[in-house]
Design a protein around this ligand. Structure first.
Ligand SMILES: [Zn+2]
Ligand SMILES: [Zn+2]
Length: 261
C-alpha cells in the first residue's frame, strides 16, 4: 500500500506536469515558441534569414525617443510564383505580425492572372502599405520594389537597377552572399543599389561583409524571403512612419531601418 503522504506527492507532480503541458500549448498557440526559435530557423527554401550576429553599422540611437517604429518585410513570395501563400493568407499573417508595410516580390511581375490579381489587391490594400514588386531572378537576385512593369532578368545588373529607378522603384541586392547567387564586390558597389539584404550572413562571410560595408556604405534591409507564412520571421524596424514608397525610400536612405532582434 502507498503511504498517504506519497499519494499526495504523486497527485501534486501530476498536477504540476499538467500545468506545464497546458502552459506549453498556450505558448505555442500564442506563437511565442515560434518567435523564440526564429533566429535558428533555416531551411534550403528560405536561403535568407537572420543570423545571430549583430550588424556592426547600426546607427546610434537618436537623442530623442523615436515617435513611431514602422515594421515590415520587403521580400515575400506568393502563389504567383513559388510561394505557398495566397495573397489573402499572406496579408492575414502580416496583420497578425502588426506590419506597417510589405512588398510582394515574386519571381514574375504581372505575367499570370494570379500575379495580376495580387498587384491589384496590393495597390488597393487599406490595412497596411502594400508595395508591388518582383524579385528579378537572374544569376543574382534583385528586389525591384514599387515598379510598374516587369524587368528582364537577362539585362546586365547595372541596367536592371537603372530600369528599377526609371520606374520610380527601390533596387535592393537580395541575399548577396547566398550560395550560387553570390554577388561580387564590384557588383554590389558599382550597380547603384539603394540597399542590400544584410541578414542571414554565414559566419565565414562575416568579415567579407564588414569589409564590403566599409567601401560600399549600402544601407541594410532585413527581410524574410518567406515562401510560406511560417517563414515570415525577419523584418525591418524603421524609425518614423512608413506610409508610402517615398517614406520607405527616405527611411532606408537615412539608415533609419534596422533589423528586428
Ligand atoms: Zn532569391
Ligand atoms: Zn525570394
Amino acid at each position: 500500500m502507498v503511504p498517504k503522504q506519497s499519494r499526495y506527492d504523486i497527485k501534486f507532480y501530476k498536477l504540476l506536469f499538467l500545468m506545464l503541458i497546458t502552459g506549453l500549448i498556450w505558448l505555442e498557440n500564442e506563437g511565442v515558441l515560434a518567435k523564440l526559435d526564429s533566429t535558428s530557423f533555416i531551411t534550403p527554401q528560405n536561403h535568407f534569414l537572420p543570423s545571430s550576429a549583430v550588424h556592426p553599422f547600426v546607427p546610434p540611437a537618436p537623442s530623442q525617443t523615436p515617435k513611431y517604429i514602422s515594421i515590415g518585410d520587403l521580400h515575400l513570395h506568393t502563389t504567383c510564383s513559388d510561394g505557398r501563400n495566397e495573397y489573402d493568407i499572406l496579408l492575414k499573417q502580416a496583420m497578425k505580425m502588426r506590419y506597417d508595410f510589405i512588398a510582394i516580390t515574386d519571381h514574375h511581375f504581372d505575367d499570370t492572372p494570379i500575379c495580376r490579381e495580387n498587384i491589384r489587391k496590393c495597390k488597393a490594400e487599406t490595412r497596411l502599405l502594400c508595395i508591388p514588386g518582383m524579385e528579378i531572378t537572374g544569376r543574382v537576385h534583385v528586389l525591384a520594389i514599387g515598379i510598374t512593369y516587369s524587368i528582364n532578368e537577362k539585362l546586365p545588373l547595372k541596367q536592371q537597377v537603372e530600369e528599377i529607378h526609371k520606374q520610380g522603384g527601390l533596387a535592393i541586392a537580395a541575399h548577396p552572399f547566398a550560395q550560387g547567387r553570390r554577388y561580387s564586390e564590384e557588383e554590389l558597389i558599382q550597380s547603384g543599389f539603394d540597399a542590400m539584404e544584410c541578414g542571414g550572413i554565414n559566419p565565414q562571410d562575416w568579415q567579407t561583409f564588414v569589409d564590403l560595408q566599409k567601401k560600399a556604405h549600402l544601407p541594410c534591409v532585413y527581410n524574410s524571403d518567406a515562401h510560406n507564412v511560417f517563414q515570415m520571421l525577419a523584418f525591418n524596424r524603421c524609425e518614423g512612419k512608413v506610409n508610402s514608397l517615398e517614406d520607405l525610400k527616405q527611411a532606408i536612405q537615412e539608415n533609419r531601418c534596422n533589423r528586428w532582434e
